[in-house]
Design a protein around this ligand. Sequence first.
Ligand SMILES: [Zn+2]
Length: 407
Amino acid sequence: MQINFDRLKNDIEELGRIGRDPKGGVTRPSFSKADLEARAWLKEKIREAGLVYRVDGAGNIFGRLGECQGKTVMVGSHIDTVINGGMFDGSIGVLSGLECLRRILEEGYRLAKPVELASFTDEEGNLVGDFLGSRAFVGELNKDLLEKGLTSFGHPLKEILAGTEFTTESILEARKTAPEIEAYLELHIEQGPILETEDVPIGIVDLITGKHYRWCSFIGSASHSGTTPLELRQDAFLGLADFALKSTQYVATKYYGSMVTIGKVNVSPGAFSVVPGQADFSFEFRSGSKETMRSLESALFSLADDIASTRGLTFVSKIIDQTEPVKIPERLIKLLQEECRKLGHPFMPVTSGAGHDAQILASKTDVAMIFIPSPDGISHSPRETIRWEDLEKGANLLLQALLRLAS
Ligand SMILES: [Zn+2]
């Protein structure tokens, strides 16, 4: 059995036209007008395919195949995008999953276990933190964040939900309708350069790295830059500059392979003639090992405290988000390798430096991921693309893996 590649390609192109941004790419954050249109489109596709459509309280969309009992084999990803994102991130996972289920149904193939397609809400974290849908699905959502958190568009979540059939209460209840899951599979673009550099069409993910996000501030004292001697300043920006350099050097020398990034900086008052009194910044680190995550957390923030005390500053920080690294179970890696060999496609192990819904589902079930190359390593950009022949290979691998898990 093989997927119908032309139909899959057509679906991806059709969905990619919903939410086209005049500035380029696709803008389809969850519960936006474009996203609601995409949801209606997907619902129709699921029904046309003859699958049982269902939506849970968090807006996660499902298409179920099979009336048999037992734990469900789930396949999915997300259809929301970042602002000016690409049309392949997430969508290829959902639509390849749909295509697999459609083919199984068309062939009248009898499975021993139910199989379900899932499209999770707000994987991209445009609302309140990443993975709203999959976190609701596994029951790991912070009620406070939902009720008090502002979305990245500056409005309370409740305001955005007002245009939908969902509420913060229904999101918190979503876990109650989640089936027991045997395994979760996700096909995704790599969003990095490794597969293309190695010229390999399939990556079998062995590890998804964990991440830790904080908003941080060095607080000093704003003073006149012409009259305050250098040694008497409490320059918050210099604290940040020192921390940026030393934290990067620390990670590079002690935990090479882990990542540390300062992505947004705001220095205030922010003018000529004024020594900066405050430096606010985003700080994140990522690693594939839980132990390293713990070590980095304690080492990096005590480094910040040391720098603050040396420079007469105060350091404060607030955790915004964190996810644990996930090791993919050996049995699923082996299964994917075996099926890939049977199909005759070259493959290699890859680590996912980006987060995915699979990582969240890992607290409830075994998960595995298949990556296909991202040309030039580009994603979250209008320039994001794929090579269609890689997708065909990846989607056929997904189909074979699903058949094995559900038989
Ligand atoms: Zn994605």
